[in-house]
Design a protein around this ligand. Structure first.
Ligand SMILES: *[C@@H]1O[C@H](CO)[C@@H](O)[C@H](O)[C@H]1NC(C)=O
Ligand SMILES: *[C@@H]1O[C@H](CO)[C@@H](O)[C@H](O)[C@H]1NC(C)=O
Ligand SMILES: *[C@@H]1O[C@H](CO)[C@@H](O)[C@H](O)[C@H]1NC(C)=O
Ligand SMILES: *[C@@H]1O[C@H](CO)[C@@H](O)[C@H](O)[C@H]1NC(C)=O
Length: 836
């Protein structure tokens, strides 16, 4: 069959011989019998006539139903699989599906498959066709698909028949079915998303040779986005004795895997039992995405739906000898410390792989094993029977484990086994081991239950330093901390913010309002009478939520002209719902290229995650301050970044250069550079109190927005951020006062802190032009923003500039909040100065 036809053809039932079965549930014939038994009589005859008429009507109805609708009730079911033919020898011509040799063997396989199916009542009845898609070495492996037209209700029985065929019956059938001896059958139902009607289908094949690498790309890449509604397959092969390595250097698909996705199989046919991974979304080149097969074949599929087409992907295919050191793993380890990792770490390990490490340290010492990263697939079963790491005699680990998971053995020997099965791979693990003295596992340190050792000063400081919280158990807290009933201490500023930081709600007790008062979502108390009075009495407007009156509720959109739009998500949908265009203005803002990073605990931002982030440099020096893009020509930064000091005229536009679309500081030469035309600091900026710490910078020429350069949305002047809300800060970690920054853009989530509480904590230095935020409770990572950089909040599917990094300890120091310029307070000022 023409491969171009695959997947788009709909084949109705092969015959109607299953028709009788389908109608047995109808009661017609039984009714008739029942009536007859009562014996004829006048009433009886009338009843019989009426019944007869009814039966006739029923039969006619059935016939109409049969001819009009019956075929729609059968569904197309495709099974893919592979089987080994043990009594054939592979010849090169089998690689080419047009060769006479391929066709001859394919026909034999199909004929034999058909006669195997004929032994099963379910399968023979619904069988439509089979197609051999490829052969590979070993002796000969055939990859095929079989199609069945299955009436509604029969799917499970057919599934079961196919499954039992693969496991039990094949061998029994082999003698009488034909000349080929089949062995090792794997088959499963093909995901319906891979053959939906109307999809264009394409198939490519590539054979990697020893030296050269092959490139595969999504159709149209890089000139145009991939086509909608298509199903593309790449059959990849290498020489016998080799495995294939697939390395994506660009990967940018729609973020929702239900719509567009790439699948990689350890097979030449899309069989779920050899599915390695499904991927969608965006991967930055710094997050390597490579796959290694277990044999000399691999299949890559791309499925797209109608909407939203993205740039697609490019990948390199190389072959690696099975003896290559790149694939080697396991072995003997000794000494007092060392490390090892899963094959291909930090990218995906190959399927069907076993590695064993035997660690032996000097006599009398014990071994402590630590996994900085640990991601091992649990497949669909969600327990450690598929892929796992076993520390022999101690424990078995799988799934995602927290960073630095520890295992210790009270012995000087340890055996670690890693095993992957034939499907569902993940990024694997790296591990380090070191020895410890049996008598003193944590010299001069606090020993956590999980055997980690932490500095004694970290005990009871409100932070989970151990990872298992044991350093925070049974604490006596000092006055600056909340004493939780469960023995934890938490920073006072998390009191009554609507988030259960203690874990037992102690920090959220007695926060409620008096009787006759209404508690707003932000915990503010207002008189009950003010609820639903049409005024926003709670700062967050929650006293007007859900009130049935003609005004803008929480879930509706308020236009600039005051009109309320009830349609969900009216913003930026291409229709002027407001009449004044305010729902369609500024639609380019606040959208990031979708990014996905599963590296646990990491805080590097992904490429294009914060496309509005700007790096400000004093000419010919490193990064000094951050800023945010709000339009083609305007940036927002902090006023304190543009104050002169004894040496440098920071207030002069000529001092500065701005780098846009930058991810790591090293890439400066590749990023978009602009000079500054004018700087407008807020005229009420106070350099002692940092009040009104905001400034605007105009670029010397406009920038063109792209994947890596986009504006952030400005919040409405009325926006209020309730305590407890999560916001994100980003930057390279520099402050005007100095201090080395990071190379890669950093990000961290922080939480808004109640300003009354913050003001107390900061001895009355907080004004209404400032917002306080601190790290998420229990976090262990220090975080970095930069002066002038954005504090972004996610709302309505976009990011808004909630704050500008101003002063305080950021979140680098424990128990101290960071202070941010409260951007909503400056909305009118920004409009006045820039028109944005
Ligand atoms: C993904 O797309 C499917 C189908 O279009 C939709 O039902 C689902 O809600 C989407 N998921 C997300 C997270 O957007
Ligand atoms: C897994 O690999 C072993 C050799 O290491 C091989 O004998 C076996 O057939 C492979 N299993 C599968 C399912 O490919
Ligand atoms: C483990 O892997 C992570 C991620 O690749 C890396 O950052 C870390 O340095 C590695 N640690 C060790 C001890 O190899
Ligand atoms: C902060 O908390 C106090 C009670 O501790 C409350 O009275 C006040 O309304 C809160 N402020 C905000 C902005 O939520």
């Amino acid at each position: 069959m023409d491969p171009m036809d695959r997947g788009i053809r709909y084949t109705p039932g092969s015959s109607d011989k299953d028709w009788e079965q389908a109608d047995t549930f109808l009661p017609a014939s039984d009714n008739q019998k029942l009536e007859k038994k009562r014996g004829p009589g006048k009433v009886g005859i009338i009843v019989a006539v009426v019944t007869l008429a009814a039966v006739l009507a029923l039969i006619i109805g059935l016939l109409v139903w049969h001819f009009h609708f019956h075929k729609d009730l059968k569904s197309q079911k495709i099974y893919t699989g592979s089987l080994r033919i043990t009594n054939q020898v592979f010849v090169d011509a089998y690689e080419n599906s047009d060769s006479a040799e391929f066709k001859e063997l394919a026909n034999q396989v199909m004929a034999q498959l058909k006669s195997v199916y004929s032994e099963s009542p379910q399968l023979s009845k619904y069988y439509v066709r089979s197609e051999v898609q490829a052969f590979s070495e070993g002796s000969v492996i055939a990859y095929y698909e079989s199609e069945f037209a299955v009436p509604a209700g029969q799917e499970a029985a057919v599934d079961q028949a196919v499954n039992s065929l693969s496991v039990n019956k094949f061998r029994r059938f082999e003698e009488k079915q034909g000349p080929l001896v089949f062995d090792h059958i794997v088959s499963s139902a093909l995901d319906t998303r891979l053959f939906s009607k109307g999809r264009t289908s394409m198939r490519f094949t590539q054979h990697a040779k020893s030296s050269a690498e092959k490139i595969i790309t999504s159709p149209g890449f890089p000139d145009k986005p991939y086509a909608p509604d298509s199903f593309v397959q790449w059959q990849l092969r290498g020489d016998p004795g080799h495995v294939l390595k697939l390395s994506f250097d660009t990967f940018n698909l729609e973020e929702n895997c239900s719509n567009d996705f790439v699948r990689v199989y350890d097979s030449l046919v899309a069989v779920d039992k050899h599915l390695m991974e499904e991927e969608c979304g965006f991967y930055s080149p710094s997050n390597p995405l490579t796959f290694i097969s277990s044999r000399n074949v691999m299949l890559v599929t791309l499925v797209t739906n109608k909407e939203e087409n993205f740039p697609g992907f490019r990948a390199r295919v190389t072959q690696i000898s099975q003896d290559s050191s790149e694939l080697a793993c396991g072995g003997k380890l000794s000494g007092t410390s060392g490390s090892f990792k899963s094959p291909n770490f930090p990218s995906y390990y190959p399927p069907n792989k076993t590695c064993q490490w035997d660690i032996e340290v000097p006599d009398g010492k014990y071994i402590k094993l630590r996994f900085p990263k640990f991601m091992v697939s649990t497949g669909s079963l969600n327990h450690c029977s598929e892929d796992y790491v076993q520390i022999v005699g101690k424990s078995t680990l799988c799934g995602q484990q927290p960073a630095n998971t520890m295992v210790t053995v009270n012995s000087n020997k340890m055996t670690v086994v890693f095993k992957s099965d034939s499907s569902q791979v993940d990024r694997g693990f790296n591990a380090t081991y070191e020895v410890f003295e049996p008598t003193d596992p944590c010299p001069d340190k606090f020993q956590c239950d999980n055997k980690r050792c932490v500095n004694p000063s970290l005990r009871c400081d409100g932070w989970n330093d151990c990872g298992d919280s044991t350093d925070e158990r049974n604490c006596k807290c000092d006055a600056s901390m909340i004493q939780c009933r469960n023995g934890f201490c938490k920073p006072m500023f998390w009191r009554c913010d609507g988030v259960n930081d203690c874990g037992d709600d102690t920090d959220e007790l007695n926060c409620g309002c008096k009787s006759g008062e209404f508690q707003c979502k932000n915990n503010q108390c207002v008189s009950e009478k003010l609820k639903c009075d049409g005024n926003r009495d709670c700062k967050d407007g929650s006293d007007e939520d859900g009130c049935s009156r003609d005004m803008c509720k929480d879930s509706t959109f308020m236009c600039s002209n005051g009109k309320c739009i009830t349609k969900p998500n009216p913003m930026c949908d291409g229709q002027d719902d407001c009449g004044d265009g305010s729902d369609e203005s500024n639609c380019n803002c606040g959208k990031k290229a979708y990014t996905k990073s599963r590296i646990v605990g990491g805080q590097d931002a992904d490429v294009s995650e914060f496309p509005w982030q700007v790096s400000l440099h004093v000419k010919n020096t490193p990064h000094v301050c951050g800023a945010s893009i709000i339009s083609e020509q305007w940036l927002v930064t902090a006023a304190h970044c543009v104050q002169d000091d004894a040496k440098i005229k920071y207030s002069q536009p000529g001092t500065w250069e701005a780098y846009l679309g930058l991810h790591t500081q090293k890439e400066k030469p590749k990023s978009t550079k602009r000079l500054i035309k004018q700087i407008i600091p807020h005229k009420n900026y106070n350099s002692y109190t940092y009040d009104n710490d905001i400034a605007l910078m105009e670029l010397d020429s406009p920038v063109t927005f792209s994947e890596t350069i986009r504006p952030i949305c400005l919040p409405a002047a009325t926006d209020v951020y309730p305590a407890g809300e999560t916001v994100t800060i980003s930057g390279w970690g520099a402050t005007r006062e100095g201090g080395g920054g990071a190379t890669v853009l950093q990000k961290a989530n922080v939480r808004i802190i109640n300003s009354t509480v913050c003001d107390e904590l900061m001895s009355g230095q907080i004004t209404s032009r400032m917002t306080c935020a601190g790290v998420l409770s229990g976090g262990v990572d220090a975080c970095q923003g930069d002066s002038g950089g954005p504090m972004s909040i996610f709302s309505n599917e976009r990011m808004y500039l909630a704050g500008v990094v101003s002063w305080g300890d950021g979140c680098a120091r424990r128990n101290k909040p960071g202070i941010y310029t409260n951007v909503p307070k400056f909305r009118a000022w920004i409009k006045e100065k820039t028109g944005v």
